[in-house]
Write a protein that binds this ligand. Structure first.
Ligand code: GLN
Length: 246
């Protein structure tokens, strides 16, 4: 972490912030402030350079065309790749997740190179769009409770040998490849298909990023009553919706 304040970088709010993904930045900021951890939030529009001195970078989802524009600009800029090479933490959602990989199919139906900082590759699913509630068990190495979110994507994502699935779906499609995986991660780079925003539904994910940034194993406890109630409600909703479909 930067000596004075944790630097939280939100990448391209003008292109990648659909389905309330900006809420992830708000939740990480709030969870830090609740622990009196000084945090500076830096919103980087797509016409601005990506700072390489950030501690945590967040990227959200987006429609197909903004996704291509974002990938082009991030490749040209190179700052996020440099930040990751220096050990930065990145948390990405949906279009952002696909951009971090090696390739995805763009709005013109052509393969578009990603940033290659996460070993995943996205292809276009020819069937129905994956839309709906997700309930997923997190990879056991992360020590987190099951996650809930909402997915809305056409792409399917294949995980390469140097990344691990972030979670396994109990409900929903996740990576959409039929293997039950959801999202992927490698070291400090994470990707998920879950909107929600996912950090509001699962603030322990925000805490995981803060712990990585601060290099600590635990953070002071905060009141989780509101979150526990939301979590129970979303799990019940996802379970009922899945039962109604089957
Ligand atoms: N455009 C991508 C897809 O449909 C990502 C969508 C999103 O970010 N919600 O797969």
């Amino acid at each position: 972490m930067n000596e004075t304040s944790l630097r939280l970088v939100w990448i391209y709010p003008d292109l990648l912030s659909t389905y309330g993904d900006q809420g992830n930045a708000l939740v990480v900021e709030r969870r830090a402030r609740q622990r009196r951890i000084p945090v500076t939030r830096i919103d980087v529009r797509s016409d601005q350079p990506i700072p390489t001195s950030g501690d945590i970078y967040l990227i959200g989802g987006g429609e197909d065309r903004p996704q291509r524009l974002a990938a082009e600009r991030l490749r040209r800029d190179g700052g996020l790749n440099r930040a990751v090479a220096n050990g930065a933490i990145v948390f990405s959602v949906c279009a952002g997740y696909q951009i971090l990989g090696t390739e995805f199919i763009n709005d013109l139906g052509r393969p578009e190179p990603g940033l290659g900082i996460l070993d995943v590759k996205s292809v276009r699913n020819d069937g129905d769009r994956h839309v709906g509630d997700v309930l997923a068990d997190m990879d056991e190495r992360l020590g987190l409770p099951p996650l809930t979110g909402f997915e809305n994507h056409q792409g399917n994502t294949l995980i390469g040998p140097s990344a691990r699935p972030l979670a396994r779906v109990r409900i929903g499609n996740g990576n959409g490849t039929g293997d039950g995986t959801e999202g992927a991660y490698c070291d400090t780079v994470f990707g998920t298909y879950m909107h929600g925003p996912v950090m509001a539904r699962n603030p322990l994910l925000a805490d995981m990023l803060l712990k990585l940034a601060l290099d600590v194993h635990a953070l002071p406890r905060v009141d989780e009553q509101w979150y526990e109630a939301l979590r129970a409600e979303r799990i019940a909703h996802a379970t009922q919706a899945a039962a109604a479909r089957s």
